[in-house]
Design a binder for this molecule. Structure first.
Ligand code: PLP
Length: 286
């Protein structure tokens, strides 16, 4: 089945999906994006993703490309035309096409692209084995809360992880872990407390992160939002990463340090289960 993309008002075959060379996203990374999971053909946490998109647009003073109800129609249509059951929906809004010049253009309309991608979910063994993390300096700008398409440090960090045989790199500022290059970072301390960094300009406030906090509260688990150091992460009982497409993925090694017994911990697996139940129920929209 061939893929279909939405590009500025038209549904086109994915291979023909093009934007202009003077799109400001292409030239300045002057744009924002969202990634939402699609499970069983249904979008997960659609409203929170759209709320965050609105916030990112507001922060950068980019106009919304269309009203939310219309955008939802486009999103569903992309899912439908791609017959997407398990995967992700990618949405990108840039400040539009204009003659190259740094200041905001006067008359450019925001440009919208929506694409879909199929993904397989990891099997039980991969989940139980967990993933390896390396730690790297956080060299990003000071507004990591905005989901901009300017991802060069994240790209370089992820590549560094892959070259080190790791799945993800945790970025570190002043000795404290901020977040992964495309995921939020979590630990469970030796006292059994779930810890993730508080939302601020230093991290992207993950939609999955927010859902996990809600689920943890509902399940009566002990949790706190605060910074943690690399050293604390290496001494943690358990660790995991979260994102729209990795859900709750156990971490079993941080740099050279094996976490726990080198297998996914029970706290993490419980949260993953709770998250999976959420995606099968209230987290999914028709
Ligand atoms: N942090 C960064 C830097 C990300 O790029 C992402 C997702 O792409 C996340 C965290 C997780 O956010 P979400 O749970 O909304 O996917």
């Amino acid at each position: 089945m061939s893929r279909v993309a939405y590009v500025n008002g038209r549904y086109v075959p994915h291979n023909d999906a093009m934007v202009h060379v003077e799109d400001r996203g292409y030239q300045f990374a002057d744009g924002v994006y969202e990634v939402a999971a699609v499970i069983r053909g249904r979008l997960i946490d659609e409203e929170p993703h759209l709320d965050r998109l609105d916030r990112s647009l507001r922060e950068l003073r980019i106009a919304a490309p269309m009203a939310r109800p219309a955008l939802k129609v486009v999103m569903r249509e992309v899912v439908r035309r791609n017959r997407l059951k398990t995967g992700l929906l990618y949405l990108q809004v840039t400040r539009g096409v204009a003659r190259r010049d740094h200041p905001f253009p006067k008359n450019a309309a925001p440009a919208l692209v929506v694409t879909a991608k199929r993904l397989g979910l990891p099997g039980q063994k991969a989940i139980e084995d967990g993933v390896k993390i390396i730690t790297i300096p956080d060299v990003r700008w000071e507004r990591c809360d905005i989901k901009t398409i300017a991802l060069l440090p994240n790209v370089l960090g992820k590549q560094q992880a892959r070259e080190a045989g790791a799945f993800e790199a945790w970025q570190v500022r002043d000795g404290m872990v901020t977040e992964g290059t495309s995921t939020n970072a979590w630990i469970i301390t030796q006292d059994g407390e779930l810890v993730t960094r508080e939302a601020s300009h230093a991290i992207l406030n993950g939609i999955t992160r927010l859902t996990i906090l809600k689920l943890a509260e509902r399940e009566g688990l002990k949790f706190v939002e605060r910074s943690f150091s690399v050293d604390e992460a290496r001494r943690a009982r358990e660790a995991f990463i979260s994102s729209a497409t990795s859900f709750v993925t156990p971490v079993t090694q941080v740099d050279q340090q094996v976490i726990g017994n080198g297998k996914a911990g029970s706290f993490t697996l419980r949260l993953r289960q709770a998250y999976e139940a959420y995606t099968a129920g209230e987290g999914a929209t028709a």
